[in-house]
Design a protein around this ligand. Structure first.
Ligand SMILES: *Cc1c(COP(=O)(O)O)cnc(C)c1O
Length: 415
């Protein structure tokens, strides 16, 4: 493992292709995985781990799911990329529309980041406005307009949250706290020129923090009133919380929906969509440019279709119930020694080491990361892999059988 890490650092920037994989938040060397099957990952030394990261929630049926793999193999034999129109794209779009009827027209991309960037460009092109609003603690990929944090004062102007992002661009993104109705209302009194508001309706990138229903309803009302488009970033929540995503759960319709992760069956993908008239503003029909060499890639399309066609209300009922029971029992074990708030939405969950259940990012930041590190390392040693950051969600797959979950609980017991 040490050699793998040393070698990686001599050829890859920082040794990884996505920063969280470097284990900076938890210490120690990152684990190099070699293969996966079902609920398990195996590292380069063949040590087995029960996996609760599941490629950041992308794997609904677990690793190397047999049906997904055969779909990919069958397509690979026929070709991996054509750069032309294919029927596979239509087929996946139709499948998505069964769960998300509001996505009357869909455009596929190669990642969630691209889908978000394109949805924002569409919103700007459609409305002829430039400013956008996002919420603290929500993650929408690494596009320039979204890597922005609240500026000082009334948070009307954002400032760059990464080097390399032009200040002038960051200023076009306003940032407000999640779940704060008062601040939202005040903000809209003086800001009626927004192109769009983007939100994770169930936040899953500061740990799991659901939006309050009234907060989302207010947001829907204010955006409608001021002509700003409402974008639900359901890249995680879309196929995690229930069939139809958070918009179904809350019964609130956004103007645009962004999806990713599960809809690619573990292959690179993103998608965004909304009403037919709005989507007609995209090129080639409209004047908002958007494109991609590998967009709608055949392998991603067939992998996604193989997963989505097996999902139904019933699939979610049983997996979510299993997750609920597991989270309750693990929470009891962790709660013996720690202050604990347990957050669960569908088959994703976060254990926050705090007295008060977090409702926004400032609450989340106050939770105890030292205890998180202790638990993370204790689990890892015993062959349980959880996301290597206190502010992330953990996930269950259908491959997490009772036996696997009991084993995990044993590991929690020994911490
Ligand atoms: C993962 C994620 C993205 C970005 O998707 P990538 O495929 O990593 O670019 C965007 N929004 C949310 C809510 C996500 O969880």
């Amino acid at each position: 493992m040490k050699k793998a890490w040393a070698d990686a650092k001599t050829s890859l920037a920082g040794g990884v292709d996505s920063p969280v994989r470097a284990f900076k938040a938890v210490g120690g060397n990152p684990v190099f995985m070699a293969r996966g099957k079902g609920a398990h990952l195996f590292d380069v030394e063949n040590k087995r781990y029960i996996d609760y990261c599941l490629s950041w929630g992308a794997l609904f049926f677990g690793h190397a799911d047999t049906k997904t793999v055969s779909a990919i193999k069958a397509q690979a034999d026929k070709g991996t990329s054509f750069g032309t129109a294919t029927e596979m794209e239509t087929e996946l779009a139709v499948e998505i529309q069964k769960a998300f009827p509001g996505m009357q027209r869909i455009r596929f991309t190669s990642s969630g980041t691209e889908a978000v960037m394109s949805a924002i460009r569409l919103a700007r092109g459609f409305t002829g406005r430039e400013r956008i609003l996002k919420f603290e603690g929500c993650y929408h990929g690494h596009g320039d307009s979204l890597l922005v944090k609240a500026g000082s004062g009334l948070a009307t102007f954002g400032s760059p949250d990464s080097a390399g992002i032009p200040r002038e661009l960051a200023k076009l993104t306003a940032v407000l706290p999640y779940n704060d109705e008062k601040k939202l209302e005040t903000f809209f009194k003086t800001n009626r020129d927004l192109a769009c508001v983007i939100i994770e309706p169930i936040a899953a990138n500061m740990g799991v923090v659901p939006a309050k229903k009234n907060f989302l309803k207010l947001l829907r009302a204010l955006t409608r009133k001021t002509g700003a488009l409402l974008i639900f970033d359901e890249v995680i929540s879309g196929y995690r919380v229930c069939y139809g995503g958070a918009q179904h759960l809350y019964n609130i319709s956004p103007d645009l929906t962004v999806l990713g992760k599960i809809i690619g069956g573990g292959l690179p993908v993103g998608a965004f969509g909304g009403g037919a008239r709005l989507m007609s503003h995209l090129s080639p029909q409209g004047r908002v440019y958007q494109a991609g060499t590998l967009s709608g890639n055949p392998l991603s399309m067939v992998a996604g279709k193989s997963v989505l066609t097996r999902l139904s209300k019933k699939t979610y009922d049983s997996l979510n119930a299993r997750a609920g029971e597991f989270v309750l029992r693990a929470g009891r074990l962790l709660g013996r020694k720690n202050r604990l708030s347990v957050h669960q939405a569908g088959s994703m969950f976060t254990f926050f080491y705090s007295d008060k259940p977090p409702v926004d990012f400032s609450d989340v930041r106050r939770s105890d990361t030292k205890t998180f590190r202790h638990v993370f390392r204790g689990l890892l040693k015993q062959g349980v892999y959880t996301p290597p950051s206190a502010f992330e969600a953990s996930f269950l797959s259908t491959a997490h059988t009772s036996e696997v979950l009991e084993k995990t609980l044993d590991a929690y017991r020994r911490i």
